[in-house]
Every structure is written in C-alpha cells, then in structure tokens.
Design a protein around this ligand. Structure first.
Ligand code: NDP
Ligand code: 2IT
Length: 449
C-alpha cells in the first residue's frame, strides 16, 4: 500500500464521521503520491500524518440573548491548522451545518490554497452553527460580540487573522472588529474584509468572484480560447457569485443563472447585477424576489429540481462557476454539463464538486480549476489588506485589482507547470495540490519536529 493510502486509511478509521474532511483529504493525498515517490524522506518525517492534524482546534460556547429576551446557545470554533509558512489565515463561516468536520475540511484546503497564492499565510478556518437567517441586525451584533468575547484571546494580526465566508460579510466583520478592539485596546489588522473606514482594502469585497473569472481566463488563454461572448452558469447568490457575475459581464461574457438555498434563477438575457445586489445585499431576500423584479427571469424552487440534482447545471453553458457550497455539483451534474458542451469549470466555492464529478472533468480534459486555485483571490486580497494595514497604507482600486489578477495568473502558471512536471499536463488538481503542499512540507521540514 502506498504511503498516501496508508495515512488515508488511518484517517478513515479515526474520523469516519467527518465525511467532508475525508473527501478533501482523499483528493489531496491521492494526488501527492507522485511527489512522495520522488521524496521518500517525507514518509520518514511523517509529514502526511503531521499535516492532516490541525496544530490546534479551539471550541467554545457562545451565549447571547435574542430580541425576545431568550437566552441562545451556539457552538463556536477556530481550527488553527498549519502555521509553517505564516500566521493562520482563513474565513469564519456562520451556518447551521458548521461542525468540526466541516471546518477541518475547509481549514485543510486553506493550507494549500494559501501556500499556492505565493504569500506568507498559514491555514485556518472557524465559525459557528449560528444561523444568521431571519435574525435582526441587533441579534447578529450580539452574537458577533459574544463570539469574539471568546475568540479574541486566540487571534491577532501576527497570530491568526480571520475573515468572511458563508454567512459572514462586512456587517459581521465590523461587529467582530469592534468587540476585539474593545477587549484588547488594540487597533490592528486582526480581521480582513473590514469596512474601508477602518482598515479595509478596496477590491476585497469583489476579490473571490473576480479572481475566479481571472483564473478561468488564465486557463482558457493557455488553450487559445476565451470567455468573451460565452454563456456562463453561476451557482450561489452571495458574495462570491455576485462578483463573479459582475466580472463576467465586464469582460463581455453572459452569466445566465444564480441560485440560493431555496431556488434558482435563469435569466437568458443575462443576470442583472444591480438587481441581484439590491435583492441580496440590501434586502437580504430570496431569489424569488429577483424574478419579481426582472421580467426575463424564470425562477425554479429547489422543490422542483430533478431528484438529487442541482438544476443550475442543466442550463447549457460554455463555462460553469459553482459559487455556493460544498458538493453542490455531483457526477450526474458533471455529465450533464459535459454533454451540453461545457468547456470550463472554475470553482468559486470550496469543494463544490464531488470526487467523481472532479474525475469526470479531468477525464474529459476540459479546463477545470479546483477551488483551492480558482477561489484563492479572496484570501490573497485579504493578505493584501494585511500588508496595507501593517504598512499603514491604502492602495487604489486599480493597484489592488492588478495585483489580484497577477496572483491568479501566477497560481495558474505554477499549478499548470507542476502538473506538467509530474507527467499530467492540464491536471490542475494534481498541480495545485503538489505545488501547495511542497512549500508547506519543506517549511515544516526546515522548522524541525
Ligand atoms: P455567502 O454567504 O455570501 O453566500 C452563499 C450563497 O450560497 C448564498 O446564496 C446561499 O444561499 C448559498 N448556499 C449556501 N449554502 C447552501 C446550501 N447548503 N445549499 C444551497 N445554497 C447554499 O457566502 P460566500 O459567497 O462568501 O461563499 C460561497 C462559497 O465560496 C463557499 O463555499 C465559501 O467557502 C467560498 N469562498 C468564499 C470566499 C469569500 O471571500 N467569501 C473565499 C473563497 C471561497 P442562502 O442565502 O439561501 O443560504
Ligand atoms: O475560503 C476562503 O478562502 C475564504 N473564505 C477567505 C479567507 C480569507 O482569509 O480571506
């Protein structure tokens, strides 16, 4: 049995219930085998056994009082996964599905994503099973304050720097920052994705969605193709999806779908980003509202999706941008996309495709950009925010945007070159995993046991 499979089997036994983590670990470890074959000392150093275990996992109680005066209890977490190449860096997710296994999958992916970005940031992730849906602004504020009242002792500008993820945007980051400052008396870049008024960076809001499109452009340019004039399917309707649509429109492509947890919109005339922002960022409403406002839009609730399928992927497209959540694109969806002529998949979300869907894309030889490469624009721009905070500067929109674009093209270049180096040209899963891992493993080796 190979070293990678031996470690994977141990994980499967120990963490049988952490299915998302096992899925992420399987994808990474299996693709590392060609590197491990060339570097037998990694096994002697037990690098895999070390890298799959978080350096630290913090879990805490979050107690707060809702608008009715009732006491509420949630669970809060921070997984400080790996600090070999920099301070822990990664988002916070507030969603009822959050548990240690979900955060371990996200934190594990973050290690390699952050390494691949070429920046000096380690991997971390955190969050809570708090459900922001239907909560008032004051309830969200009280929850964020209670969450930070425990988290503050574990984070800091050179220690661990959280940011947003599902359910955590500018509003939540503002409340978290306010509480951190109050508790520590420190005005520092302890969080990224901050408001521009207190240390935020231009382009951070747009960065993940824009970056996914830049990554798709990099993949397609390498094949002599382009997104211009092409129909694109986008899933999700949150931060990543909105700015993915915006960038697609700017470059002359046509996004025709968006989705949320209740349904999807197909707008053959092209998604109207200003309406989408109004519905999602201002009104915080369901996409059914978008369909009320836009006559060309057709709304399909999830209850009418074909069984076990995500109807977004039934819409014929040249390029697909999954930007909602994990495992939202399964094998049957991948087959439908391919049958309809899809030539490019760039993942704005983390692990949106199941393992067999990923396999189908790679076998078909289309331009497939896995999340840890294609969505790295968010965390990379977070690092640009940290750099601005540390140097007390603020850069213009164009400066940050051009750095972001360059980072995405660099990630593509290194992932593609590494895939070729290991005999699988075009396999960006293999290329991204090996390139991301190699740097962290070398740093761990140099820092000793
Ligand atoms: P948001 O909370 O802004 O938006 C999430 C969107 O996805 C919403 O439209 C939401 O619908 C939908 N969604 C979430 N969970 C589900 C689900 N279980 N089933 C169906 N739809 C769902 O989050 P982001 O846009 O920030 O994040 C989206 C993805 O991108 C996540 O995988 C995240 O980890 C990843 N990502 C985010 C980055 C960032 O900078 N924000 C950076 C890199 C990756 P509804 O509102 O109805 O729940
Ligand atoms: O998954 C991710 O990369 C993020 N949610 C962004 C993390 C960050 O620190 O900006």
């Amino acid at each position: 049995m190979t070293y990678a499979h031996q470690v994977l089997n141990e994980l499967k036994e120990k963490y049988a219930h952490e299915t998302f983590f096992l899925q992420a670990a399987q994808e990474v470890l299996e693709s590392l085998q060609p590197l491990l074959d060339k570097n037998p000392h990694y096994e002697r150093l037990r690098i895999l056994e070390r890298i799959v275990e978080p350096e630290r996992m913090i879990s805490f109680r979050v107690q707060w009082v809702d608008d009715k005066g009732q006491v509420q209890v949630n669970r809060g977490y921070r997984v400080q996964y790996n600090s070999a190449i920099g301070p822990y860096k990664g988002g916070l997710r507030f969603h009822p599905s959050v548990n240690p296994g979900v955060l371990k999958f996200l934190g594990f992916e973050q290690i390699f994503k952050n390494s691949l970005s070429g920046l000096a940031i380690g991997g971390g992730k955190g969050g809570s099973d708090f459900d922001p849906k239907g909560k008032s602004d004051m309830e969200v504020m009280r929850f964020c304050q209670a969450f930070m009242t425990e988290l503050y002792r574990h984070v800091g500008a050179t220690v661990d720097v959280p940011a947003g993820d599902i359910g955590v945007g500018g509003r939540e980051i503002g409340y978290l920052f306010g509480q951190y400052k109050k508790l520590t008396q420190r005005y520092e870049g302890v969080l990224t994705g901050k408001n521009l008024l207190f240390g935020g960076s231009l382009v951070r809001t747009e960065a993940t969605g824009y970056g996914a499109v830049y990554f798709a452009q990099a993949m397609l340019e390498a094949r002599g193709e382009s997104l211009e004039g092409k129909t694109c399917a986008v899933s999700g309707a949150g931060n990543v999806a909105i700015y993915c649509c915006e960038k697609l429109l700017q470059i002359g492509a046509k996004p025709v779908t968006v989705s949320d947890s209740r349904g999807m919109v197909h707008d053959a005339a092209g998604i109207k980003v200003d309406v989408l922002k109004q519905v999602k960022e201002t009104e915080r409403a369901s996409l059914a509202r978008y369909a009320e406002l836009v006559p060309t839009a057709r709304y399909t609730p999830t209850t009418e999706y074909p069984k076990g399928r995500n109807a977004v992927w039934d819409v014929p497209c040249y390029a697909a941008f999954p930007c909602a959540t994990q495992n939202e694109l399964a094998l049957d969806d991948a087959k439908t996309l391919l049958a309809n002529g899809c030539k490019c998949v760039a993942e704005g979300a983390n692990m949106p495709s199941t393992l067999d869907a990923v396999h189908a894309f790679i076998t078909a030889g289309i331009a497939y950009g896995p999340g840890k490469a294609a969505n790295a624009g968010g965390v990379s721009t977070s690092q640009l925010e940290m750099a601005q905070n540390a140097s007390m500067q603020s850069w213009t929109f164009d400066v940050v945007d051009s750095k972001l674009r360059q980072i995405m093209y660099n990630i593509h270049k290194i992932a593609a070159a590494t895939a070729t180096e290991f005999g699988q040209p075009g396999n960006l899963v293999l290329g991204a995993n090996i390139a991301g891992f190699r740097k962290v493993a070398s740093a761990m080796e140099a820092q000793g046991v």
